[in-house]
Design a protein around this ligand. Structure first.
Ligand code: AQP
Length: 329
């Protein structure tokens, strides 16, 4: 059966881009494929995290994923740091990827430029090797991600192919699965930038678990342009096109078709906010219930770690043997 793997960083609160670009597809995939989803806390520490904050955000992220529809009976849902094979394999892959390849990653260039002060962690630079390890560790065929992860996915494929040709067939070479609509949800205040946890743009970022009235207000204030025509044209009209993409993704239609129904920006903003809230409100209710029972959440997290570990150990052994490490007596 096709194996699916994907992850989300608990470096901040889940936003609409995470949900429409990735998590929503995961909820569908768990019913069709053998699926593994992960709160990638080891990725989160590539930028500095407060320890208490990281703990609570990791728990929040898992609760958020279950509230969004992931069923721990139907998929494996784990916290990355609970399965140490992720970091074990990452080192082997760091030695299989080149400095030049990592230097070309646009996310590293963007994120390192945004770091305050001079400190840029080495982990931020080598992060794509850890991401490749996450994926390759589970013999993954399909990786549902937003458009921003395409380059990292290509790198994971290159690393797998290189490893297989140097050391013999070891890893499955994965494919990206990127949604047709809302693959790159943009910041409502800066529609040339993607909506992101790590960018400080409160008014431009719609959080999945934010108060409905605050969400409606953010859409009302979304940046459009000085023109008045509602048309899907991401290059010329990024703000309006972003609203159309979000609306289309929420109602299951194409952005260009949805555009035909609006002549005024104000109406488009109201309709988009309503469509988003219709999708988010049931998720918000479920999450409140889940967070009220931390013991149950801890139990589900432990089950996910055990199931994932069982799979990871086998692939890790295969990779170690292929590379020539001496087995323990
Ligand atoms: N704006 C987005 N539109 C569509 N998909 C998105 N994803 C992220 N942003 C968008 C997808 O969500 C999944 C989890 O990604 P992440 O945890 O890396 O999310 P982030 O919000 O992008 O977090 P950061 O810290 O701000 O990360 P950077 O700036 O490093 O990307 C992924 O499948 C991602 O594609």
């Amino acid at each position: 059966m096709t194996r699916v793997f994907s992850g989300i960083q608990p470096s901040g609160e889940m936003h609409l881009g995470n949900y429409l670009g990735a998590v929503r597809q995961w909820v569908i995939d768990q019913h069709e494929y053998d699926s593994i989803f992960c709160a990638v806390d080891l990725h989160a520490i590539t930028t500095q995290q407060d320890p208490d904050d990281l703990r609570s955000k990791t728990l929040d992220t898992v609760a958020g994923l279950i509230a969004a529809g992931l069923d721990p009976e139907q998929c494996i849902l784990l916290v990355q740091s609970h399965v140490h094979e992720h970091t074990d394999l990452a080192w082997l892959l760091e030695c299989t990827v080149s400095f030049g390849e990592l230097s070309r990653m646009t996310q590293f260039k963007d994120k390192s430029a945004r770091q305050s002060g001079d400190f840029v962690s080495a982990g931020l630079f080598t992060y794509p090797a850890l991401m490749a390890a996450d994926i390759l560790l589970y013999d993954t065929d399909r990786v549902p991600v937003g458009e921003d992860q395409r380059q990292h996915l290509e790198l994971a494929r290159d690393v797998a192919t290189r490893f297989n040709s140097r050391y013999g067939d070891t890893f499955v070479v994965p494919e990206a699965a990127i949604p047709k609509t809302a693959a790159r949800v943009m910041d409502l205040q800066a529609p040339h930038n993607k909506m992101s946890k790590s960018v400080d743009s409160v008014a431009g970022t719609v959080l999945v678990f934010e108060e409905p009235s605050a969400i409606a207000k953010k859409f009302k204030r979304a940046v459009t342009d000085s023109d008045t025509e509602v048309r899907f044209d991401p290059d010329e009209k990024p703000g309006v096109s972003n609203l159309l993409s979000i609306l289309a993704a929420c109602v299951g239609r194409e952005p260009a078709d949805v555009a035909d129904e609006y002549t005024r920006y104000g109406d488009l903003k109201v309709a988009t906010a309503e469509a988003v809230l219709a999708v988010l409100e049931p998720i918000q209710t479920r999450r409140t219930e889940l967070l009220a029972d931390p013991a149950e959440l801890a139990r589900l997290i432990e089950i996910g770690a055990s199931k994932a570990e069982e799979l990871a150990v086998k692939v890790m052994d295969r990779a170690r043997n292929a590379m020539g490490f001496l087995p323990r007596g």
